[in-house]
Design a protein around this ligand. Sequence first.
Ligand code: PLP
Ligand code: COI
Length: 340
Amino acid sequence: MENINWSELTFGYMKTDYNVRTYYKDGKWSDLEVTDSDQITLHMASTGLHYGQEAFEGLKAFRGKDGKIRIFRMRENALRMQASCRGIMMAELPVETFEEAVIEAVKRNLRFVPPYESGASLYIRPLLIGTSPQVGVKPGNEYLFVVFTTPVGPYFKSGFKPAPYLILRNFDRAAPHGTGTVKVGGNYAAGLHAGEIAHDKGYSAVLFLDAKEKKYIDECGPANFFGIKNNTYITPESSSILPSITNKSLMVLAEELGMKVERRPVPVEELETFEEAGACGTAAVISPVSRIDDLEKNKSYVFGNESEPGAVSVKLYNKLRAIQYGDEEDKYGWVTVLEV
Ligand code: PLP
Ligand code: COI
């Protein structure tokens, strides 16, 4: 295995051995190609560069105690990428091709899958972009799909320690009928300014509110939001947030733990009543929220003991990780075990 200080890994890019690509031209996708170059050549008039025809995914592979490598809920990412392609008029990639490319990308970089004990994982980043040269604003007719991998540690430097989040009422990430429900680069560009303000003030990320009324919680920067009270897992329903695969999994696990699950609009004032709160996503896993500051309203919401994750968050985190690393039975069929 690679000589890396696995337990010190952050969420950054590290070159691995190979990436996997396919090109869409004349109405069809090419056979998969494997390359060791981490560069791509793009026409300067590509629709991906000018008109934001770009979508990506994020998923992870884990090395278990048994040495086996498991990829978590890959099919869900394939389907969500298809939804993103429909959202911004790009050619859809077949689910099977997505899965084949992801498996190939992991198999070609096995020495970068972190050891079980490190708690780190191999992040898998599929990317689909418009490559045809065009200056008129219309969907392109050529695309590139590429899957690369990079070993990662925690997304937020606090890891599984609670950290504060910030509400900024004069920034929006996505509009109710916009592209918030799909994973396209433009959403992240729209969130950068607010995100940097939050970081500069010492917060983990921004907690975005619904853009129309500023009454309801949307999501936390690169993750969904959940709150816990009265043995209930509560997470926003909104037409401007990404349907998180981690959140969907946590809802199932919460039910398994005997909790009620509510997916519905969550008014900002309800934060007052939560015993625990968290950000959840592939990169974030569960990142407990210590406090949410609503500066414009001069209000702070504090959750439980600010310095320790709450008991329910700990249970959910442990259960999710146990399934991902193969310590607990995969009874929902969420895991693809690699044949190597
Ligand atoms: N919300 C946003 C905006 C994200 O970028 C992500 C990360 O993919 C999530 C939520 C969490 O989604 P998932 O759990 O599928 O990774
Ligand atoms: C993920 O959780 O995979 C994400 O894509 C979040 C972020 C790194 C953009």
